[in-house]
Design a protein around this ligand. Structure first.
Ligand code: PLP
Length: 520
């Protein structure tokens, strides 16, 4: 076992741990927790309420005649049930979480403190606007930072996730095309794109034309030009390009690509989910981007992955600014107004495509993101992206002699992509490596994504990981790959052996999910 200083301390062997069975089924202080339904709670309740006096029901046929069938437990039992379940969860607060494309960085506790300030947390979206000027001021300040960091003209704060942001940006593009009475309906999407990109385009009725990547894993302007020529320049609505891309590589020809799309009369949507690699260093607006979403829950350290809601603000170029959805902020004298209604917006000269969310978006995430931004400052944000890139390249260099980089030995951005070719002939797959990592106490990297190489392993350490923790991961992963090469696959196909559940039928779970308790 490696401690923080890289010293080895003796762990129990796997065989010993695997063979121990206990009377209770629990292991150590970790409980084998039944479902709340199985805990016998159906006829129990955690509260004593007086009997309800008979009254005439106004529900008619709608009145329930059978028991509702919800389990009840006493308060301490309910608390233990959920705490035990939570202990089975792996989190960024428990350890290294190198899930590529997800930017699982530390969530600074200062952000949490700020988000709990009553002036931000105890307000209601329907409160009169003059009583929430501070909260609106925070939204305005966050907007200013996000526009400054990207060099863009306008912002829509309300989208609630990255994919929702894509939808927002593409709806603005669609509205702009419609305002120009254009029938353009083809959106170019590179092969390495996140699945949400083609899904967004298709959802809005666009046709998706895919663009191949070059041997080095990035998109050539030439490939975009020929896709434009093949599909007809007058049919191109735009392009959705991720930069840095999902292989962790910076799209070097991005300006020429933007020019080609603009020349054809289309718009450039940039998937900015990987902004963590470039913030404070390059402004997408300077590269010709017309719309780009952020994932506040990635780049700006707001919790995610079961730990919190997402938030996906979208910045827009001046060409798309008029089409931003309501609500948006406006300053009138000393007062901030949230323009809530389309007619009100139109009276002010805007042409909003509509509304995406019931209220103004994820206030708590705005507070956390601004707290992260202000505690870093512009120089600190640039350092954070530099450290994220440095950490990913440290992993890359430490492992490149045992794992293959599908697009050659080149520097990466915030995440490093390996494939499975180094494991050929061992019988061990990317999935096996991921499962063994779980036994070793690490959340696996992203696997089998992106689809552009065989058995992808996408590793994103983020800037908040120490050298010590990256070293532990690298040492472990390296040892696993070496074991696969020298000893073959036997120990791998069993993994994980130390988890409460062994290898699950993931395909079955996805294709035939059982989402309801069907009774005993
Ligand atoms: C995470 C991610 C998305 C989607 O973001 P969500 O907040 O999960 O909807 C889109 N594109 C890329 C490249 C991503 O990494």
């Amino acid at each position: 076992m490696l401690n923080n200083k890289g010293r080895v301390t003796q762990p129990p062997t796997q065989e010993v741990l695997q063979d121990i069975s206990t009377v209770s089924g629990h292991r150590g202080l970790s409980w084998e927790e039944p479902l709340i339904f199985e805990n016998g709670g159906l006829d129990q309740s955690g509260v004593d309420l007086p009997d309800v006096p008979e009254t005439d029901s106004k529900l008619g046929d709608l009145a329930r005649t059978e028991d509702i069938g919800l389990p009840g437990l006493s308060e301490p039992e309910a608390v233990r049930h959920y705490v035990r379940l939570s202990q089975k969860n792996y989190a960024i607060d428990s350890g290294f979480y190198p899930l590529g494309s997800c930017t699982m960085k530390h969530n600074p506790r200062l952000n949490e403190k700020m988000a709990r300030l009553p002036g931000f947390s105890d307000i209601h979206p329907l409160q009169p606007q003059e009583t929430v000027q501070g909260a609106l001021g925070l939204m305005e300040e966050l907007s200013a930072w996000l526009m400054e960091l990207t060099g863009m003209a306008a912002i829509a704060l309300s989208p609630k996730a990255g994919a929702h942001g894509e939808l927002c940006g593409m709806m603005a593009i669609k509205a702009a095309l419609e305002a120009a009475k254009s029938k353009r309906d083809i959106v170019l999407v590179p092969e390495s794109a996140h699945g949400t990109n083609p899904a967004t385009a298709a959802l809005l009725g666009f046709k998706v034309a895919s663009i191949p990547a070059d041997e080095d894993g990035t998109v050539r302007a030439k490939a975009v030009q020929s896709a434009i020529a093949d599909n007809g320049a007058d049919q191109i609505a735009g392009i959705m390009l991720t930069n840095p891309n999902t292989c962790g590589l910076f799209e070097r020809e991005i300006k020429a690509i933007a020019d080609a799309v603009h020349e054809a009369g289309g718009y450039f949507y940039c998937d900015g989910a990987n902004f963590n690699a470039i913030m404070g260093r390059v402004r997408p607006g300077d590269l010709g981007v017309d719309a780009m979403h952020f994932n506040l829950h990635k780049t700006f350290s707001t919790p995610h992955g079961g730990g919190g809601p997402g938030s996906g603000p979208v910045v827009l170029s001046s060409r798309l600014a008029p089409f931003a959805p309501v609500p948006f902020l406006r300053t009138e004298g000393d007062t901030l107004t949230l323009v809530e209604h389309e007619d009100e917006a139109q009276a002010k000269g805007a042409l909003p495509f509509g509304r995406l969310t019931a209220f103004q978006g994820q206030m708590g995430m705005y507070v956390r993101a601004l707290s992260y931004i202000l505690s870093h400052g512009l120089d600190g944000l640039a350092q954070a992206s530099g450290d994220a890139v440095l950490n990913a390249n440290y992993v890359r260099v430490k492992l490149k002699d045992v794992l293959n980089q599908p697009f050659g030995d080149q520097t990466c951005c915030h995440e490093v992509l390996f494939d499975e070719t180094s494991l050929e002939g061992t019988g061990v797959t990317t999935l096996d490596i991921a499962k063994r990592l779980i036994d070793e106490g690490f959340h696996p990297m992203t696997i089998y994504f992106p689809l552009v190489c065989k058995g992808a392993m996408l590793i994103e350490p983020t800037e908040s990981e120490s050298k010590a923790s990256i070293d532990q991961f690298v040492t472990t992963l390296r040892a696993l790959v070496e074991e696969a090469k020298s000893e073959g696959d036997e120990a791998f196909h069993q993994a994980p052996v130390l988890t409460p559940r062994r290898r699950l039928d993931e395909t079955g779970a996805a294709r035939k999910p059982i989402l309801r308790w069907a009774g005993e």
